[in-house]
Design a protein. Structure first.
Length: 289
């Protein structure tokens, strides 16, 4: 793998890791449903005017938009809004690896090997430690929503796999059209009248957060990641996802001053172990052979 490509993948991990701190900063001035809607507006426009619609049916685009867009992102934003710490959230959301393995077994009939079962066990134990800590701090609801988000991310991964498109950026842009209207309707209904919604929409801090989430995370991040998956074997690219929770914890500590308890550290170790078990099976096999 070229040094430049390694640096690009590290940059993507940093962008995705910083995403959780950016969400927290955006939520300081904007309610979660509205901020989620703003994210997808920026992801979709003007990209859909320049990127051709992916060669998948509208039903698939809508399904991906509902899972990765509406349900996953809304749960993630609401979870942080309701008390889930951004750094720990970056770790908890990586439970999507476990959910992806489970859903692949159920819907794609993929066999669960010993690495999959070990990853599931490690992930569950890790979340029990983090959940116990969250219970003591009164942020269990937020953490529960983060796990809910991870579940929908896993479901979205299965749908993207079934879509079999090579243009991941176009798929992200077009699927982002799906949640916009439902999210705005929910925002007006739950978060207040349209006047308050529009005032929050133009807050500079909210706009900067939405730009970072929409362009940085969705377009740039997924664009580079998809390109690397086409260029290299999955076994060479996937391990870089291990850096996402590391960057998530780093930025949350640096910018927000978030501290990690000993119980959380134990949970993080177990979840990273689950990620490592899932991300490095082929490479591990090459080393030991």
């Amino acid at each position: 793998m070229k040094t430049s490509d390694i640096l690009l993948l590290i940059m993507v991990a940093a962008i995705w890791g910083a995403n959780f701190t950016v969400i927290r900063l955006g939520l300081d001035v904007t309610p979660p449903i509205l901020l989620t809607a703003m994210r997808f507006i920026i992801t979709a426009f003007p990209a859909v005017f320049f990127l051709p619609r992916p060669t998948v049916g509208w039903k698939m685009i809508v399904a991906i938009g509902l899972t990765l867009g509406l349900l996953m992102s809304l749960s993630q934003f609401a979870g942080i809004y309701l008390g889930a710490a951004p750094g720990i959230s970056s770790v908890a959301l990586q439970m999507q690896v476990v959910f992806t393995a489970i859903f692949a077994h159920i819907f794609l009939k993929e066999r669960l090997g010993w690495r999959d079962l070990l990853a599931i066990a490690l992930g569950v134990v890790g979340m029990l430690f983090i959940g116990w800590d969250a219970l003591g701090k009164g942020s269990l609801v937020g953490l529960g929503l983060m796990i809910f988000a991870a579940m929908w991310w896993g479901a979205g991964n299965i749908l993207v796999s079934r879509a079999q498109t090579n243009n991941v950026v176009a798929l992200m842009a077009w699927m982002s059209l799906v949640p916009i209207i439902p999210l705005f309707a929910l925002s007006v209904w739950i978060e207040g009248p349209m006047t308050r919604t529009l005032f929050a929409l133009i807050h500079p801090k909210a706009v900067m957060a939405a730009l970072s989430l929409g362009l940085g995370v969705m377009i740039i991040g997924y664009g580079i990641w998809g390109h690397m998956l086409q260029k290299y074997d999955t076994g060479k690219v996937a391990p870089f996802s291990l850096l996402v929770p590391a960057f998530g914890l780093f930025f949350a500590h640096l910018i927000l001053g978030e501290k990690i308890s000993q119980t959380q550290i134990i949970g993080v170790v177990f979840i990273v172990g689950a990620l490592l078990t899932r991300a490095l099976p082929s490479e591990f096999g090459k080393v030991v052979s």
